[in-house]
Unconditional design. Structure first.
Length: 68
């Protein structure tokens, strides 16, 4: 699978991840990684895992999330 961001700019590179929000395939250059805490839905403030989880997004979705 090819990176969607690279294809849009006329390049070709292999994807290494899929954006969790839009589902676009993304390469190592374009993937945005963030550590998040998993929380219980019934207790929003309670962390249920000590180890942070990983969240992968494309640049477009990451910018949209940061603008909220």
């Amino acid at each position: 699978m090819k990176c969607y961001e690279c294809v849009q700019s006329g390049r070709s590179s292999e994807a290494v991840a899929v954006c969790r929000l839009c589902g676009a395939a993304i390469c190592a250059e374009h993937v945005r990684t963030e550590k998040i805490q998993i929380r219980e839905t019934a207790n929003p403030g309670k962390v249920i895992h000590d180890q942070p989880a990983r969240q992968l997004t494309c640049p477009v979705c990451r910018t949209a999330e940061e603008s909220r």
